[in-house]
Design a protein around this ligand. Sequence first.
Ligand SMILES: O=c1ccn([C@@H]2O[C@H](COP(=O)(O)O)[C@@H](O)[C@H]2O)c(=O)[nH]1
Length: 274
Amino acid sequence: MHFMTALKAAWQQRNSLLCVGLDPDPAKFPAHLASRPQAIFEFCRDIVDATADLACAFKPQIAYFAARRAEDQLEALIEHIHTHHPAVPVILDAKRGDIGSTAEQYAVEAFERFRADAITVNPYMGRDSVEPYLAYGDKGVILLCRTSNPGGSDLQFLDVGAPGRQERLYERVARLVAEEWNASGNCGLVVGATFPAEIARVRELTGEVPLLVPGIGAQGGDIAATVQAGRTMDGCGLMINSSRAILYAGQGEDFAAAARRVAQDTRDAINACR
Ligand SMILES: O=c1ccn([C@@H]2O[C@H](COP(=O)(O)O)[C@@H](O)[C@H]2O)c(=O)[nH]1
């Protein structure tokens, strides 16, 4: 199924704009999991099973798996999601960016090895570096636009407009994606919840393009401001990500139930503003 079809169905059927981020850090795991050889998989699986009915997407961040030589556990996790929660699309947060020939390999890794439904990509090497992902027309390609970190302004806020016509770099990315790169309707953009004014500007520039919005929860972004700035006319258009605030809500054997409570509160807080 096309990523956008799956995402729209998940928004509707689950009545949720919440993306549950999967950033497994063993140092923060409950004690009973610590010595288990598949702890990363088991931790994420329990979070996934506890929150799947509340989520419009799951977003595993590949660095947390690769850092611990746990790519096999990432493969198993995505397989688990597809088998047990097939209505929830998986966004592989890899932020890839390289020349076309290398990007082809990254695309195979994301879509064929890991079987992700979508991937995050860094657009700053230009169109040819993004084309290998776009060639998978049914997969989502979610491009960094205005990231949630403070240093995002160093480059993304530079004025790259013609003389007398200010255009920030993130605005150029949003416009390029909406007007030129999204021919198959499979593009999205990353815009941080920590910058609601820029979410509104990206929404203005891109019409209905879905926005992946990290930065609520641990990074302190404002949910109401995010939703008001980024929702589309039908009250959708957003995948609002929270990772640490959900994953580490509890430290005991009931960690998944604690994660569910925070996920539910977050989903409800988002819905209250739609
Ligand atoms: O601009 C960006 C792009 C990606 N991220 C990723 O989202 C999560 C956020 O985790 P929290 O624990 O909810 O802060 C993490 O995987 C980042 O790599 C981002 O934060 N900002």
